[in-house]
Ligand binder design. Sequence first.
Ligand SMILES: *[C@@H]1O[C@H](CO)[C@@H](O)[C@H](O)[C@H]1NC(C)=O
Ligand SMILES: *[C@@H]1O[C@H](CO)[C@@H](O)[C@H](O)[C@H]1NC(C)=O
Ligand SMILES: *[C@@H]1O[C@H](CO)[C@@H](O)[C@H](O)[C@H]1NC(C)=O
Ligand SMILES: *[C@@H]1O[C@H](CO)[C@@H](O)[C@H](O)[C@H]1NC(C)=O
Length: 390
Amino acid sequence: MPLVILLPATSPAHRRWHSMLLLSLKQQGLSVDSQQTTLVPLFTQWLGVTSFGVPEKLGCSNLPLSSRQREMCKKKPYLLSSIREGARLGIQECKNQFKYERWNCSISPNIYTSSQTFSLSFVSSSLSSANSLFGYELSSGTKETAFISAVTAAGLVHSVTRSCSAGNMTECSCDTSLQNGGSASEGWHWGGCSDDLQYGMWFSRKFLDTPYKNSTSYESDVLRVMQLHNNEAGRQAVVKLMTVDCRCHGVSGSCAVKTCWKSMSSFERIGSYLKDKYENSVQIADKIKRKVRRKEKNYRKVPIRKDDLIYTNKSPNYCVEDLKLGISGTHGRVCNRTSEGPDSCNLLCCGRGYNTHVVRHVERCECKFVWCCYVRCRRCESMTDVHTCK
Ligand SMILES: *[C@@H]1O[C@H](CO)[C@@H](O)[C@H](O)[C@H]1NC(C)=O
Ligand SMILES: *[C@@H]1O[C@H](CO)[C@@H](O)[C@H](O)[C@H]1NC(C)=O
Ligand SMILES: *[C@@H]1O[C@H](CO)[C@@H](O)[C@H](O)[C@H]1NC(C)=O
Ligand SMILES: *[C@@H]1O[C@H](CO)[C@@H](O)[C@H](O)[C@H]1NC(C)=O
């Protein structure tokens, strides 16, 4: 059975690591066709920073960054924790939004590691998890690729902005343009700390949007155009969902005066908004002319909005395992027999049917407070049916 290993191979350090991995696979008696090795596109390898507990310790040179990102990292090493947090937010929210779907955002960027942490135990663990590697969706030009770009670009805006508001940065802070403003007649004024997106937006663009270069293949052109557009769509979601929070003052809570400030929505809300955009994403023509066009000829007049997600290729159905594409399929996934949504056994199992097993739960129950001072409980057992896809 072919095994697909996805590696970023962009810097000398990565290439060195790549050849060490191939060598060690060969030493373990595995035949390796390195021609077949799929390379993770440059523009998403930064997500690998989440696999380092404290990326600061490794330093910018040893992280899976492009050379441009590495330069930025060296200039502003204090931003590393926000970069890592942004990637983590994006990946976690992707998993959260897709947990009940056939493609459940099973991202495992732990394949990215540096030569310093290289070890054989790593190789064997990556062999066993190879089918869940996050690779195909990154380069396939599908709606899933679009969602990943958007949610991670938004994650970076969110984490950097939070760091600005927390006063952790010299380049940015709360939105000072609002101070002292407001409307006395309506009884409110700006106060507190309003989140200022400006720096986070700038940084997310600078860090993720690799300048457009003339490339030789149509395919990478269209993927790049798609990625730039979807990154921006993700950032626009953060802008669009800014909210105003207020606090009341006045005699016994009369709310005669209010202090208000702008804040970003929770990242969950942003994720859910982007999930909606994903479901309504626009397929574009794969030949890029002067500008991006819809694939559907009859709708070409309908403009593509800045906050729409765009994709070029139709998604596979994600039903069956395809190791070559890194798709794990839905065999063994837990489904819900009574649901009518995507987690229903019918949809999730792609009509293959499901197995049912009984799972015994033991929990503390009928707890009573006993004077003084402890809680006494009984042990209760319950049985639930768990259904898993065939
Ligand atoms: C701000 O810095 C402090 C101290 O380094 C850290 O504990 C905190 O998590 C940071 N907050 C944000 C939002 O970055
Ligand atoms: C891209 O490069 C090719 C060959 O180098 C050239 O013929 C073409 O005009 C360039 N396209 C653009 C848009 O610059
Ligand atoms: C996502 O799907 C994979 C493969 O089917 C499965 O191993 C994993 O447990 C799923 N993750 C969640 C959170 O359900
Ligand atoms: C299954 O779906 C039903 C209907 O949507 C829901 O009420 C129930 O909580 C779900 N069960 C589980 C175990 O998630």
